[in-house]
Design a binder for this molecule. Sequence first.
Ligand SMILES: Cc1cc2nc3c(=O)[nH]c(=O)nc-3n(C[C@H](O)[C@H](O)[C@H](O)COP(=O)(O)O)c2cc1C
Length: 233
Amino acid sequence: MKITVLHGQMHHGSTWHITQLFINALQNETAQISEFYFPKDGPAPCIGCFQCFLKGENYCPHAEAVQPIAASIEASDLVILESPCYVYGMSGQLKSFLDHMAYRWMSHRPHPSMSGKIGLCISTAAGLGSGRTAKDMQQNLFYWGISKLYRYSVNVSAMNWETIDPKRKARIEKQVSTMVSRIQKSAGAVKPGLKTRFLFSIMRLNQKGNTWNLTDRNHWVANGWLPAGKTDR
Ligand SMILES: Cc1cc2nc3c(=O)[nH]c(=O)nc-3n(C[C@H](O)[C@H](O)[C@H](O)COP(=O)(O)O)c2cc1C
């Protein structure tokens, strides 16, 4: 199994440790893991130039930093996003990378490999907000076209891994192990769900009438999702 992990922070806190529990349990002789730590491995924030949408992802001024990560995601079976909850959402640095992936949303140019992938989103908060943070990250994966989605969120009542109550840690380990079994069961047998197929068909209708962004439309034609029409180059 190929796994790409996007770490929404550089430090080894509660969220990172829980992510390691997942990685260690999923690791075997065939697993290949690529990890990216933000902001160190990520691009500068999106400047809103629209070049990725209108001309192509390689025209992004930050393509050199974005594309190796996008390629790793596209080559993976499992994509993991992890972030502590910062003011009720994911970290700014992870969000900043996800902004760069807007061109991969189903409304633009979804990558054909997405429908066979699994997504996992992990978050911790001290008191409140880990659930909505994980959901927020998961929304990105859903709109990329990944439909087999898992999320693990926990409010840890702590500022770091070392100070989490041992009983809570034991509970976390048990929950992680249950989720890993579910992930392993779904591996290799992922099919797009009803919600994804429905949204995809709406997006196809939208692309059918799209005469203003041929970069997007041509992608749909090239992937065989739309017949070539008069407007296609
Ligand atoms: C900038 C910042 C914002 C935070 N915002 C929240 C919050 O909205 N809700 C919450 O319960 N905890 C919040 N926390 C606490 C962390 O989410 C919590 O301690 C988390 O488990 C830290 O994960 P880490 O050890 O992986 O960094 C915040 C912490 C920081 C540093």
